[in-house]
Design a protein around this ligand. Structure first.
Ligand code: NAI
Length: 438
């Protein structure tokens, strides 16, 4: 029989439903030092986590449901909630196997712990993952129902996780989530939210690039060449900002031809400005190998590894995509040995979640809080923190990612000044009160 982690998300849904199971959890028990599974049938997943050293990091809890109407497999991943509720976007993505989905959720949630802590937010690390193949998403009404059901899942989790937009999810989808739960951000402005956070994210990435150039003594962005993978919500405004900064040439790639057409229309060639966009096949990472000053991965994760790193000609890699390294330890080292300065995503792509977090406290058009993150004054701004991390890396010989990670880990254990380790308290109560039987 195929192991449960090796089946497709759709097959897992069928299996669970045939057993009369609608929800399951995998929760870390810090006293017993093991993962507790809600049902015997998912015990192998608990053992998978316990035996894993790469993606599982004593995550506080994973909560999964087969959505009652749409049948979509929907998950919430909580890594560490000392600083506050787990916060991070919900991804709607295709996964071949259950293990692939679980690993993505675990890695992304952990990344959010680090990102939120480095940004100085009082949030923990959390992430939502939904498996696309387990339900139709093309019909608008069906799609709306999928996100409503995700909202219902969050309501059942009583606030230990607050969601946001992520790959595959739109602001309209967030409105559907919001119609069923208050534990969401990134809702449309018409409903009192701040909308899509990608433009601030792009601005933050630009500040990271500027810090990297300054650190290497390479001056400003003016006249530089930047290669951008992914021309979506972040990639597109990023290229606009790069142009404003005087970048001379951008080479971009996307698997969707319409993205390039849009960009060419919006940013036509002009004296001192050249834009080359290519439509590529999924899995074609050749844009990373462009002769450039900076390579900016802004599509999917796990694209930096032994196959791509040796092809990179740029001295700097700095982009928005989450979890860019195929294997965090190995590939971080490989980048260093290749003489490439790599700014980890969680150091420079914070502005999306900052925008989301801050919208809960109201916002203004030119928000001084947001501007502080993007400016030169505040010591914890993207620019200054990136510079500090790069300096520390140079001083100690560690990689920037290692320095940033150590700092993020230390900060992630700081307890929320008002609520303490509230997420853990909520998770315990969910387990004790039979959440998985609901
Ligand atoms: P998006 O889905 O709007 O854009 C991604 C683009 O990459 C799409 O146009 C897609 O067609 C393209 N793409 C996918 N695979 C590709 C490949 N192999 N080669 C070239 N293009 C490819 O997503 P968005 O919002 O722009 O996010 C991009 C990355 O940044 C994601 O990894 C996301 O998790 C991360 N991120 C986004 C934030 C935000 O505020 N939107 C915040 C923090 C991280």
């Amino acid at each position: 029989m195929t192991a449960i982690q090796d089946v497709s998300p759709a097959a897992l849904c069928d299996l669970l439903v045939s057993e009369g199971i609608r929800r399951f959890f995998l929760v870390w028990d810090p006293d017993a030092e093991r993962v507790i599974a809600s049902h015997p049938i998912v015990e192998p997943l608990a053992r998978l986590f316990e035996g894993d050293r790469r993606d599982f990091d004593r995550h506080e809890g994973v909560f999964v449901q087969v959505a009652p109407d749409s049948g979509v497999l929907q998950g919430v991943f909580l890594h560490r909630t000392c600083r506050g509720q787990g916060a991070g976007g919900v991804r709607f993505w295709r996964y071949n196997t259950v293990e692939e989905l679980l690993r993505d959720g675990l890695r992304l949630a952990r990344g959010m712990t680090h990102k939120n802590a480095l940004a100085g937010l009082w949030w923990g690390g959390g992430k939502g993952v939904m498996a696309r193949a387990t339900g139709g998403a093309e019909d608008p009404a069906a799609r709306r129902r999928i996100y409503e059901e995700y909202g219902e899942l969050l309501t059942s989790l009583q606030g230990c996780y607050v969601t946001a937009e992520d790959v595959g999810t739109s602001v309209e989808d967030m409105a559907a989530v919001f119609s069923r739960t208050r534990f969401t951000t990134c809702i449309p402005p018409a409903l009192g939210g701040s909308g899509n956070p990608s433009t601030p994210t792009a601005r933050g990435v630009v500040r990271g690039m500027e810090a990297a150039l300054a650190h290497l003594g390479r001056g400003s962005l003016a006249g530089k060449t930047v290669a951008v993978q992914g021309l979506g919500h972040v990639g597109e405004p990023l290229i606009g900002f790069l142009r404003e900064k005087g970048v001379a040439r951008v080479v971009g790639s996307d698997i969707d031809p319409s993205r390039g057409d849009d960009l060419r229309r919006k940013l036509p060639a002009a004296p001192g400005w050249e834009l080359e966009v290519r439509t590529v096949e999924r899995g074609d990472n050749s844009v990373l190998a462009e002769p450039a000053d900076i390579v900016a991965p802004c599509a999917t994760g796990a694209i930096l590894g032994p196959r791509t790193i040796p092809t990179i000609q740029a001295p700097i890699v700095c982009g928005a995509a989450n979890n860019q390294l195929e294997d965090p330890e190995r590939d971080d080292q490989l980048l260093k040995e290749s003489g490439i300065l790599y700014l980890p995503d969680f150091l420079v792509n914070r502005m999306g979640i900052v925008n989301c977090a801050d919208e809960q406290y109201g916002y203004v058009a030119v928000d001084p809080r947001v501007e502080a993150h993007l400016g030169d004054e505040w010591e914890n701004s993207v620019y200054n923190l990136s510079l500090a991390v790069l300096d520390e890396a140079r001083r100690t010989g560690a990689t920037p990612a290692r320095v940033a990670l150590d700092l993020a880990e230390r900060r992630s254990f700081d307890l929320h000044p008002v609520w303490g380790h509230r997420g853990a308290v909520i998770i315990r109560s969910l387990v004790e009160n039979g959440w998985a039987r609901g």
